[in-house]
Design a protein around this ligand. Structure first.
Ligand code: SME
Length: 186
């Protein structure tokens, strides 16, 4: 399987001074991507503030991701209903409505309770193609404590578009989203 589980360790790149004779090591800089995700957390909190409608909040969350993250052609939710995932609010082309547990990238992420990064969806056995433009995908499970609520799914036309920083950023955003809904007593 070509999926890369987000937990997988990746050697962190260190930034060192290139000046001749310099010995002082600089701290790894906050990357543009981590800055973008930090800004999205602030924007998401602002969108959620004071609003209690779950569908409206999920819809705005998907629109925020779709319009803020570069090279994303689909962003949205599948929520767990019984033993299958059912399409929720999203941005992008119309998508398949029901995904059984264990099927497609979404169903595998839901079954394994793991974030899954797929660099090339055409190499993922059982990938469910909703948009021919999609070449890469990331799926983040959503939890209410131990309970699986569903998944957040993003597609990209760019092979290798998603990496561990996306997994980390999207997991943080998903946690903020679910915590807000929990705070509303759901
Ligand atoms: N590709 C997904 C199906 C959902 S769409 O990408 C929106 C999958 O394999 O589960």
């Amino acid at each position: 399987m070509t999926a890369v589980i987000a937990k997988e360790k990746r050697a962190a790149k260190r930034t060192t001074s290139k000046k001749k004779g310099a010995t002082k090591k600089t701290r790894p800089k906050q990357t543009e991507k981590s800055k973008l995700y930090a800004s999205l957390v602030v924007q998401l909190l602002s969108l959620l503030k004071g609003e209690h409608d779950f569908i409206a909040n999920a819809a705005n969350f998907s629109a925020l991701l779709f319009n803020s993250l570069p090279n994303v052609n689909w962003a949205g939710f599948y929520f767990l209903h019984g033993d299958e995932l059912v399409l929720g609010p999203f941005q992008g082309n119309p998508a398949c409505v029901r995904i059984p547990m264990g099927k497609g990238v979404c169903g595998v992420a839901a079954q394994q309770l793991e974030t899954i990064i797929v660099p090339n969806v055409h190499e993922f056995p059982g990938h469910i193609a909703c948009d021919v433009a999609s070449n890469a995908e990331i799926v983040v499970p959503l939890f209410d404590g131990e309970r699986l609520l569903g998944v957040l799914d993003l597609d990209s036309p760019l092979i290798g578009r998603f990496d561990d920083q996306d997994a980390e950023g999207l997991n943080e955003l998903a946690t903020v989203f679910v915590a807000h809904e929990q705070g509303l007593g759901r």
